[in-house]
Design a protein around this ligand. Structure first.
Ligand SMILES: NC(=O)c1ccc[n+]([C@@H]2O[C@H](COP(=O)([O-])OP(=O)(O)OC[C@H]3O[C@@H](n4cnc5c(N)ncnc54)[C@H](OP(=O)(O)O)[C@@H]3O)[C@@H](O)[C@H]2O)c1
Length: 348
């Protein structure tokens, strides 16, 4: 029996994870949390609404922590799992982006294993299993391009949160859906991939695959490529992370090849500058990725509340990065302070 602590149980990933746990006799929910929503109807041994997630983890003694909290708020749980040698099924990419080096140090000390839940990283993880670093030429992250793919800047001046929330292929929480529309999500995933797989940025490519059937690819040095395919359904990577190294059955229909469209195109980084900004930020390192993430969270919240225009999101993030000095964080307290300072960026 594997004891699962599900953080962010009321969210999009959280609800799908409950479905997976309930369908699998070898998984049990030892803990469930939310930020403020009630946890009614969620049968877990320990529950917690708000508060310090590490206290919940201390008392529930999980075998695996599924971190499905949105944003920097998930950072303490990520570091707890890595430091305590507990498997971390990681959906909360923001924590690895913001804490990169600290997270890897915690992992070196504690031995916690990261099992990616982000579909692209789960795909890469599976394509890389059993390979050595020398065999790999580059990682290729795929993205749908979001609801505004193909538009030019002039067509984005007046887009509303409702327009941006209409994602073509995935049904997700609001923050990641806006990130998908700006391509910030692909930027966060680029930095996440760098830390997860220890691959330099110049060997991580991004390509758009609008139907989200190809979840990512790896190029090997002999010219061979491995790709991971499937319908866009987060229950697959959630299930893989929770049952790893086994593969449990899921209720998905088999992929119908006769209805597949597998076109690829390059991302438009001029219309959607967040991807290039994330690459630059990741390459600069230090606490720049933490600042990128914090300012993006602030800008996305302001856009969703109607206080900021869509095209102003990258401007806010660019301003925050220009104000930051990016020096590496010595510890979590340092990082929390960098995050706090970056959030003070004025938005309309
Ligand atoms: N959704 C997807 O398909 C998908 C795919 C790949 C990766 N991810 C990643 O998975 C994470 C979750 O995404 P989501 O779409 O599931 O988000 P979501 O639907 O907005 O759910 C977020 C969850 O986090 C909880 N939460 C929010 N603020 C919190 C805080 N300060 N402290 C503790 N818990 C808090 C929420 O509780 P309340 O209900 O109380 O607000 C909710 O349970 C994100 O990092 C996202 O990038 C999601």
């Amino acid at each position: 029996m594997k004891r699962v602590a599900l953080l962010g149980a009321t969210g999009s990933i959280g609800r799908q994870a409950i479905e997976i746990v309930e369908a699998h006799p070898d998984l049990e929910l030892c803990a469930a949390s939310s930020g403020s929503s009630p946890l009614d109807g969620i049968a877990a041994e320990h529950t917690q609404v708000g508060g310090d997630l590490t206290e919940l983890l201390d008392r529930s003694r999980p075998d695996v922590v599924l971190n499905a909290v949105v944003g920097f708020a998930g950072i303490h749980a990520t570091l707890w799992a890595l430091e305590n040698g507990v498997d971390l099924a990681l959906a909360n990419k923001e924590s690895l982006v913001a804490a990169g080096e600290l997270a890897l140090e915690a992992q070196r000390r504690g031995g916690g294993r990261i099992l990616p839940v982000d579909s692209e990283h789960s795909a890469l993880f599976q394509c890389l299993e059993g390979r050595t670093a020398e065999q790999v030429d580059s990682l290729v992250l795929t993205g749908s391009g979001g609801p505004f793919r193909g538009r030019v800047r002039d067509e984005l001046t007046a887009v509303t949160p409702e327009d941006a929330l209409a994602h073509p292929t995935w049904r997700m929480g609001p923050k990641i859906t806006i990130d998908s529309a700006t391509l910030a999500n692909k930027g966060l995933e680029l930095i996440e991939a760098h830390f997860l797989f220890d691959v330099p940025y110049d060997r991580i490519e991004v390509v758009l695959q609008p139907t989200s059937i190809v979840h990512s690819l790896v190029r090997f040095r002999d010219g061979a490529m491995l790709a991971h395919l499937g319908y866009p359904d987060m229950r697959v990577p959630i299930s893989y992370a929770l049952t790893y190294p086994e593969r449990a059955a899921t209720p998905l229909a088999p992929l119908d090849f006769t209805s597949l469209t597998l076109a690829f195109e390059a991302p438009d980084t001029e219309t959607f500058p967040m991807l290039a900004l994330a690459r630059e930020t990741g390459e600069k390192g230090g606490t720049y990725p933490c600042v990128f993430n914090a300012a993006n969270e602030v800008a996305v919240a302001a856009f969703l509340e109607g206080r900021l225009a869509f095209l102003e999101i990258p401007e806010v993030v660019g301003d925050a990065l220009a104000r930051a000095d990016g020096s590496p964080a010595r510890d979590l307290d340092d990082l929390v302070e960098v995050d706090r300072a970056a959030r003070a960026i004025p938005v309309a």
